[in-house]
Design a protein around this ligand. Structure first.
Ligand SMILES: [Zn+2]
Ligand SMILES: [Zn+2]
Length: 169
C-alpha cells in the first residue's frame, strides 16, 4: 500500500491508518516459503509537527521445518516496526536505526515493512527444545527411538587402530 507524505503534511495531526494483507507465498526465506497464509500489516503513519512516524505491527503465520528433524512447524509471529520517515539524513543520523530515508513523496509501505519481517525471522526453529534430530547415518528420527547406529564419527586413522585392537582381542 502506498502513502503520500505530501498529503499528510498538509493535514497536521492527521493519521493515516492502514490494515491490509499481502500475499508473500512466493517469498523465500532460508530455502523455505514460510508465508503460506496472507501476512497482515496494521498500523498508522502520523504527522506530528512535521515528524512523520510509521508504526506498524506485522502479523504472520509461519510455516517452516524443524532445523534438527525436518518436521513441519507452524507458529504465529508479530513484528513491531517503528520508524521516523525522513527525507534526508543529517551527519549525526547515520548511526540511528529508527530513521527511514524516503526517496520520494510516495512511500510504499510494503517496501519498508516486509524487509523488517524478513530480518525478524528466526533462523533456526525447533519442533521442540529437546528435539533429538535425525541420525546422521541412517536418517532415522531419533525422537521416535534410537536406531542403533554408532554415530560417533571416528577418525579414519583411529579406525585402523581400532581394527588392529579388535583383532588382538
Ligand atoms: Zn524436531
Ligand atoms: Zn541411525
Amino acid at each position: 500500500m502506498q502513502i503520500r507524505l505530501q498529503e499528510l503534511a498538509t493535514k497536521p495531526g492527521y493519521r493515516a491508518q492502514f490494515d491490509y494483507t499481502i500475499d508473500l507465498s512466493q517469498e523465500e526465506v532460508g530455502f523455505e516459503f514460510p508465508f503460506q497464509q496472507p501476512v497482515r500489516l496494521e498500523g498508522e503513519v502520523s504527522d506530528d509537527a512535521g515528524a512523520i512516524t510509521l508504526s506498524a505491527t506485522i502479523y504472520a503465520h509461519v510455516t517452516t521445518r524443524c532445523a534438527r528433524c525436518g518436521k513441519p512447524v507452524e507458529y504465529d509471529k508479530e513484528t513491531d516496526v517503528e520508524f521516523l520517515l525522513v527525507k534526508e539524513l543529517e551527519n549525526d543520523d547515520e548511526d540511528r536505526d529508527d530513521l527511514y530515508l524516503v526517496e520520494s513523496d510516495a512511500v510504499e509501505l510494503d517496501d519498508i515493512l516486509i524487509p523488517e519481517l524478513i530480518l525478524d525471522m528466526e533462523m533456526s526453529v525447533l519442533c521442540d527444545e529437546d528435539c533429538k534430530g535425525l541420525c546422521p547415518k541412517c536418517g532415522q528420527d531419533l525422537n521416535q527411538g534410537q536406531c542403533g547406529c554408532v554415530t560417533k564419527e571416528i577418525d579414519p586413522r583411529l579406525a585402523v587402530l581400532q581394527k588392529f585392537l579388535n583383532s588382538k582381542k
